[in-house]
Write a protein that binds this ligand. Structure first.
Ligand code: WT7
Length: 653
């Protein structure tokens, strides 16, 4: 039985250029194949070998202990994350290398070498200790993209405190719930951050609600914007007052490999956010490995991952991965469209960025504003591009490849999740040919597969469910404080096989490449065919007038469900097409032609914007509710812009 019908057809293939492949960490395709095969047979041995690239205060005795569904990695080992990011580079040629090159939104800039970063981390670590923070305590971080955000994470890691970073754009209520759920003792925050040309308050916004967090003893406030900021006597303290008097040396705690490194909240499609718990040794091992090989990282690179530290991508691929590898990380404070929609391109040109890692939602937004903007800037320093967060539709992939990558940069489409902790499926850029729209192959040591409901591998091109068949080092260990939810959400669907279920629908093509078809919750059933919404959306977006599309289903007496497509048009397309009804018909026929009449939307609605989470994911659940019940309920705390929903609702009436 085919679980999901796959309708997307894409056959373009891009081989790694010989120039790129020659110098790549992985450059021999047959050696790579062999390594994958070996790692598949003995994944624990493979990961134990990778773990040896870390600095262990005490070596581990055994790679994996697996008591379904709870895994422990690198048993008996003692390790410290901050030490692996900083101290390992001191006393070497990297000591005075730039660890972070940072640019603020107004254009101010700072560079921190590995030595400077390490001294700052030590001072804050001592400061936290002086506030009574001990190994095992939880520290909240509510900051923007400034070096101190990274310093905060590493300072916690150094003393064995568990960090809980809450995205700086979240509301006070969202912060309160997350800090309460994790029982945070101290909060690290800042007065405000520069965003879209003005100073927006962080501390001031959440000041009064901090009283509703009974476990919170202290809030440490960094001055970034110097705006007026309320402070509560006895609880709130300025960063400079705390850190100024601290010693710049601080011992890195010897922590058990399974010591909790961080909790990060992720919203489920329904219900309250889950605190995803990650531990130390296994997480660091897979993050270090994937950063080195996926981005083919070298000492001379300037690496720019645009994710905010409030997301897992900011944890793994802004902070821990690049720093463990001794890379130079470029960090930018502000909005991508300030002062104009070409800020990223001007940053790339100015700082000679060589590796650029961003999300499809951003790429589609850039496409929407046209090719002229990137073409105005010299992007020739780029040598590799990455994508994460959603399926990248082939149209966006091609644009990224041609206009940003100048047709010569490999694109690594990386599939992973907050829960997986690190990259799982991606083309190793020197050896795996890419196809627009697929994250390609599981990396060595990751046993990912597409299976039917009984856990049986699907045939080529048969749609099914994406699972992981063997524990992996960076996997989540539990949902903080809720083992039952952990077991039920991730391990109940394939209990018999002991597989992890990702929640994603996918298919594997004849080359074994994995094509993500979207979240299974988003699968729609039309006349008995289960279609992945991502594929229908991809077909709509391949029309040159369309910028973005979200497809959901509403119940239909005849077909079971009918497809409703919410579409935003490219700049100019609306003005050029005054007859929107004609355009609707054109798009419906377009889909019928691209993938077949079965996927033809019954209804098309034009919108100025789609409801998205703060990390850029379209909230299809809200659209689905809107087209079925006319209302929206459930958790909307992660919605970026409420007015978008309001606007859609009005259009509805
Ligand atoms: C979900 C995880 C991993 C960091 C950012 C998102 C989707 C992620 C891809 C990709 C297709 C992707 C999946 C996944 N997703 N990367 N390269 N191709 N889909 O983390 O918020 O935990 O979301 O994002 O649906 O399950 P997250």
């Amino acid at each position: 039985m085919s679980e999901i019908s796959s309708v997307l057809k894409e056959s373009r293939l891009f081989k790694p250029s010989t120039d790129f492949a020659k110098r790549a960490h992985f450059h021999n395709p047959s050696a790579y194949k062999k390594l994958r095969a070996q790692a598949e047979k003995r994944p624990d041995k493979f990961w134990a070998d990778q773990a040896k690239h870390l600095y262990w205060q005490k070596p581990f005795k055994k790679a994996l202990e697996w008591k379904f569904p709870f895994a422990k990695w690198f048993i008996g080992g003692k390790i410290n994350a901050a030490e692996n990011c900083l101290d390992v580079h001191l006393g070497s040629e990297r000591q005075n290398k730039a660890a972070i090159i940072w640019e603020g939104e107004p254009g101010d800039a700072r560079t921190l070498t590995y030595l400077q970063l390490s001294l700052e981390v030590n001072k804050l670590a001592n400061g936290l200790k002086s506030l009574g923070v001990k190994k095992g305590d939880v520290v909240g971080v509510y900051m923007g993209m400034i070096p101190e955000a990274v310093i905060s994470m590493l300072a916690c890691a150094r003393i064995g405190a568990t960090h809980n970073v809450v995205f700086g754009g979240f509301s006070g209520e969202a912060l309160r719930d997350r800090l309460n759920n994790s029982k945070a003792k101290v909060l690290l925050t800042q007065d405000g951050a520069f965003r879209r040309g003005s100073a927006s308050a962080l501390k001031g916004n959440v000041h009064s609600i901090l009283d509703q967090i009974p476990t919170l003893e202290k809030a440490v406030v960094l001055k970034r914007t110097n705006q007026d900021t309320p402070m509560k006597d006895g609880r709130d303290i300025w960063w400079s007052d705390l850190v100024g008097k601290q010693s710049d040396s601080c011992k890195a705690e010897a922590l058990d490999s399974e010591h909790p490194l961080f909790i990060l909240y992720t919203s489920g499609s329904t219900g309250k956010p889950k605190g995803i718990l990650h531990t130390t040794g296994g997480y660091l091992t897979q993050v270090k490995y994937t950063t080195h090989y996926t981005f083919d990282l070298r000492d001379e690179d300037i690496y720019f991952c645009t994710a905010d530290i409030g997301w897992v991508t900011g944890h793994s691929y802004v902070t821990y991965g690049p720093l463990m590898n001794g890379a130079t990380v470029f960090m930018y404070e502000g909005a991508p469209n300030y002062p104009g929609p070409d800020r990223f391109w001007s940053l790339i040109a100015k700082h000679k960025i060589s590796i650029f890692y961003t999300a499809p939602t951003a790429i589609r937004a850039f496409m929407r504003s046209g090719d002229d903007l990137p073409r105005k800037h010299d992007l020739t320093s780029l040598r590799l591009l990455g994508s994460v967060g959603e399926p990248i539709n082939p149209e966006a992939w091609m644009w990224y490849h041609d206009v940003i990558g100048g047709k010569h940069c490999p694109i690594v489409d990386t599939w992973w999740q907050t829960e997986t902790g690190a990259i799982m499926v991606t083309p190793m850029p020197g050896v795996v040919p890419t196809k627009p729209g697929t994250a390609t192959l599981p990396i060595p040591g990751i046993l990912a597969d597409v299976v039917d409901r009984n856990g049986k591998s699907c045939k080529a091109n048969e749609g099914g469910l994406l699972v992981v068949k063997h524990p992996w080092p960076a996997m989540l260990r539990t949902v903080f404080g809720d083992k039952e939810r952990y077991t039920k959400t991730y391990w109940a669907d394939f209990k018999k096989n002991k597989f992890y279920f990702s929640g994603d629908g996918a298919r594997k093509d004849k080359d074994g490449y994995i094509w993500i078809m979207g979240r299974v919750d988003d699968v729609v059933n039309v006349s008995g065919h289960r279609l992945g919404t991502a594929e229908v959306e991809s077909a709509i977006v391949s029309n040159h007038k369309v910028a973005e599309a979200a497809v959901v289903a509403r119940p239909d007496e005849l077909k079971g469900s009918a497809l409703v497509a919410f579409v935003t048009l490219k700049a100019g397309a609306k003005a050029g097409n005054p007859d929107l009804d004609a355009l609707k018909t054109e798009l419906k026929n377009w889909v019928a032609k691209e993938i077949g009449p079965i996927a033809k939307p019954d209804d098309i609605r034009f919108a100025d914007a789609l409801p998205k989470t703060r990390s850029g994911k379209i909230m299809r659940r809200l659209l689905r509710e809107m087209v079925t019940t006319g209302k929206t309920s459930g958790d909307t705390s992660t919605l970026e812009d409420f007015s978008v929903l309001e606007k859609l609702r009005q259009d509805e009436e």
